[in-house]
Design a binder for this molecule. Structure first.
Ligand SMILES: *[C@@H]1O[C@H](CO)[C@@H](O)[C@H](O)[C@H]1NC(C)=O
Ligand SMILES: *[C@@H]1O[C@H](CO)[C@@H](O)[C@H](O)[C@H]1NC(C)=O
Ligand SMILES: *[C@@H]1O[C@H](CO)[C@@H](O)[C@H](O)[C@H]1NC(C)=O
Ligand SMILES: *[C@@H]1O[C@H](CO)[C@@H](O)[C@H](O)[C@H]1NC(C)=O
Length: 468
């Protein structure tokens, strides 16, 4: 998620030395690529099976795949079709969220609308994804509320009809207020074989939402990905499946149900975020997850993620470093040393999604503390530039500054040193593109007591190096 750089300043480390400190940068630790695939047993509709039970077992085919769907060819952005769900009433407000990450003529897919845009929405700008109007699916619905929900799910199959087979590997559903980090998404999906059945997403951060709706459902606001093979298999039976679940009031629930009936369960990936949280999510964005940030959602329900910026400015600001690495948000300085095992717990700056009893969240959190030995000095992304003036190396320089002056007292148990004079953290990283998956980064810190800037140099961790 974020490069939540955490710097531990201790007495020993304040004097102009190279320090090996925990920058707790991004790494990927996604294991378990093995899914139990039940599809071979549920391949055909149970009521229409004609196989004679006493016939010898026939070797079943792999899920159908068309000619240009070879399993291991490398994936790029043009293999992903985005299915963005919007409506003419909300688009005016949601447009900045999508345009912040949509790449004109590069990202593929459509915004699916309930009606043709008119008035101030036309002419349709080329910076927005092209739109399509959903077909009329009232025949499949039981009441007006389910029309909306079924329309959303049905969009996948309308997209499948429009963009099918032209080198498509994945269909990615998202709402019109979802921010997608597309390069990280490509890397994530590249780990999976699109010629097999995959349903990749996440459930809510809110225990109550999951308990009330489903722990097994990929929330569409967070976005979820269906492999080409899965969509192709679902497509032939889709009206029947929708009929079976037309009483359900959540399109994502219908989606998980249809996939489940084909033997495919949700594969949770942690970088995908529904953001069923309120107010200030900086604590979550500054934690030290080992999975890269894939998506964020619900910008209308939270404060702007950068203090002093409004919502659309905040999002554009977050996307600025995307060229280098889609995960630079904040940097924290602690006046004590904490291990990564502690720092990876998000600071609970946010509030629960709805009124309920604790526990609220699907993960552990840290309380905000006034103790100067525990509370971080918080710096937010200010700028990022690529510089070729530093020796012969191309270097990316990312600056983080405070949003307000700090007056945290000194942590006396660590000697008489304060981080209050520091106004800026300058992080130097190699310009070799985005961080490699599966790597954690370490850093060296240069700081002269009393100065206002800390320099941090990111580099690969040495073998066995602990962030503690
Ligand atoms: C993606 O890969 C395909 C080959 O599968 C290639 O034709 C296409 O140009 C590539 N697109 C990008 C954006 O690299
Ligand atoms: C995008 O595609 C359209 C139509 O295919 C073309 O007219 C336009 O020049 C392209 N724009 C860019 C920036 O490539
Ligand atoms: C956010 O700020 C930008 C630039 O100052 C401005 O153009 C935009 O209208 C603002 N958006 C909102 C929703 O206030
Ligand atoms: C800490 O150092 C400052 C000057 O560097 C000094 O004025 C202050 O008395 C010291 N505090 C303690 C508790 O030693």
């Amino acid at each position: 998620m974020s490069t939540g750089n955490a710097i531990n300043l201790s007495s020993r480390q304040q004097n102009f030395k190279q320090l090996s400190l925990s920058t707790l940068c991004k790494s990927i630790a996604i294991s378990g690529l093995i899914l139990f695939l039940f599809y071979s047993f549920l391949y055909s509709h149970p009521y229409t099976r004609s196989t004679n039970l006493f016939m010898p077992f026939i070797e079943r085919k792999e899920p159908a795949s068309s000619d240009n769907h070879t399993p291991n060819s490398p994936i790029n952005l043009s293999h992903i079709v985005f299915v963005l769900l919007g409506s003419v009433n909300t688009w005016k407000y949601r447009k900045p969220y999508i345009e912040a990450w949509w790449r004109k003529n590069i990202t593929r897919g459509h915004l699916w609308l309930d009606a043709a845009p008119t008035g101030e929405l036309v002419p349709w700008p080329s910076s927005s994804p092209a739109f399509r109007v959903n077909e009329d699916i009232t025949r499949l619905a039981v009441n007006p509320k389910s029309v909306v929900q079924i329309r959303m799910y049905h969009s996948i199959f309308e997209a499948f009809r429009v963009e099918n087979n032209k080198d498509v590997k994945w269909y990615v559903m998202a709402d019109d207020d979802t921010l997608v980090f597309v390069d990280n998404l490509v890397e994530l999906l590249g780990k999976y074989d699109h010629t097999k059945y995959y349903y990749i997403g996440t459930n809510s951060e809110s225990i109550h939402s999951n308990a009330y709706i489903s722990f097994d459902m990929g929330y569409g606001g967070a976005g979820y990905a269906l492999s080409y093979a899965l969509v192709e298999a679902l497509a032939s039976e889709i009206d029947g499946c929708i009929q079976r679940y037309k009483h359900l009031f959540f399109s994502d629930y219908i989606s998980q149900s249809c996939s489940a009936d084909l033997g495919v369960d949700l594969k949770i990936e942690k970088g995908i975020h529904q953001i069923d949280l309120r107010v200030d999510i900086s604590g979550l964005l500054s934690s030290h997850p080992s999975s890269p940030l894939i998506s964020l959602h619900h910008f209308d329900a939270i404060d702007p993620i950068f203090p002093s910026k409004n919502r659309s400015e905040s999002i554009n600001h977050l996307m600025k470093p995307a060229k280098f690495d889609q995960s630079r948000y904040s940097a924290h300085i602690y006046q004590s040393i904490f291990p990564r095992s502690f720092l990876r717990r998000p600071l609970q700056t946010f509030r629960p999604w709805q009124k309920s009893r604790p526990p609220f969240f699907m993960f552990n959190t840290r309380w905000l503390s006034n103790n100067p030995c525990e509370a971080p000095h918080v710096f937010f992304l200010e700028s990022v530039i690529e510089s070729n003036n530093i020796g012969r190396y191309h270097v990316v320089v990312t600056d983080y500054t405070r949003s307000s002056p700090s007056n945290l007292p000194i942590c006396l148990s660590n000697g008489n040193h304060s981080a209050n004079p520091i106004h800026k953290i300058q992080v130097f990283s190699p310009s070799t593109g985005r961080k490699e998956a599966g790597r954690i980064e370490c850093c060296d810190v240069k700081y002269v007591a009393g100065e206002d800037t800390v320099d941090v140099k990111l580099s690969a961790c040495m073998k066995g190096e602990m962030l503690a």
